[in-house]
Design a protein. Structure first.
Length: 337
């Protein structure tokens, strides 16, 4: 398989230019993107200039930035060689990860693969999902290795999205019989009043983020069929009382809005052959003033128990619009108001 060739260009006395040579011009076109938008993204993020000359790309900038750009371009080209496309999220991932992951290891169905330095990929029916930060990579690894996993951090860091992706992967691989997604039906700082319709109509607005994640990974008709067959359940936290959740992949989202009693109730639903994921953001508690968050209590009480993993995210792990990370950082600087 042909690969890109990295050759320093020696004409500049300060060695401010590095030349990357790519044998396949068709792949190079995809690498550059429409109107060279992929190159423009890399230029902006790494403060370099990239010039295309035939089947070569000249990277101009300081030594560290040139090396980073070379790693990212090489990783993206390798991705094209393996038959995969390039989307904006792929560029963002390589920029965050430094383009260092050259392996193509996939999280196999038997879940026994040693991940090492290889690339982690989650196969779903509609798309291939890959962690975009080191914290996300560690989180996905923990989801496969532990029966109970906590993902704690600000909005936009992929806590719920990756958990649902792993759940879909384990379901279609036959490792669990069903997926159960839940969250507390707590209003986010405002009174919405009585909602019209039957029980499903009333709770669906609270559950919509979970439906959105599922629709990213499964065809719409398949999702509807699995929900109808109870292979996928999306329900408020209050509906979990009295159940034993066996052979299931269970996700509790927005867990900071669960009370201590609700959290204990939910955690003790874990049955044989199941995996449970708890996600939440300690800075977005919508419980009544003075009522402690069950997420904070669980974090304090359960730390140190074997096979329970706690994974933490920061503003650096936000993978939504870049402004989201800046907004979270600004609020953190003000003391989390």
């Amino acid at each position: 398989m042909a690969t890109s060739i990295l050759t320093p260009h020696r004409t500049a006395p300060d060695n401010s230019e590095t030349v990357l040579e790519f044998p396949d011009n068709f792949l190079l076109i995809d690498l550059c993107g429409e109107y060279d938008r992929n190159l423009a993204d890399i230029e902006h993020r790494l403060s370099v200039q990239i010039l295309r000359r035939g089947n070569r790309l000249s990277v101009i900038g300081d030594a560290e930035a040139r090396a980073s750009a070379g790693d990212v371009l090489h990783a993206l080209y390798h991705r094209l060689e393996s038959g995969r496309g390039i989307e904006p999220g792929d560029i963002d991932r390589e920029l965050r990860m430094g383009g260092a992951e050259q392996g193509t290891g996939t999280l196999a169905g038997d879940q026994k693969e040693l991940f090492g330095a290889g690339r982690i990929e989650i196969n779903t029916r509609k798309k291939l999902v890959e962690p975009r930060t080191e914290a996300q990579k560690a989180y996905v690894r923990a989801l496969y290795e532990n029966e109970l996993c906590f993902g704690i951090g600000p909005a936009g860091t992929g806590k719920t999205y990756l958990a649902v992706a792993v759940g879909v992967n384990m379901f279609i691989g036959g490792h669990v019989d069903r997926i159960i997604l839940s969250r507390p039906a707590v209003e986010a700082g405002e009174r919405l009043g009585f909602l019209p319709g039957d029980m499903k109509d009333k709770v669906d607005p609270y559950m919509q983020p979970l439906y959105d994640a599922l629709n990213d990974f499964l065809p719409g008709k398949m999702t509807a069929k699995l929900i109808e067959e109870k292979k996928i359940e999306i329900a408020p936290l209050a509906f979990m009382r009295g159940r034993t959740l066996s052979n299931a992949f269970v996700v509790l989202d927005e867990a900071q809005n669960a009370t201590s009693m609700q959290m204990k109730m939910f955690l003790t639903r874990l049955g044989e052959g199941s995996r449970m994921v708890i996600t939440g953001d300690r800075t977005q508690v919508d419980l009544p003033r003075g009522m402690p968050s069950g997420l904070a209590d669980a974090e304090r009480i359960l730390k140190g128990i074997d096979k329970i993993s706690f994974n933490y995210f920061t503003a650096k792990d936000v993978v939504r619009h870049p402004l989201v990370a800046a907004i979270i950082g600004a609020y953190e600087a003000e003391g989390g108001v």
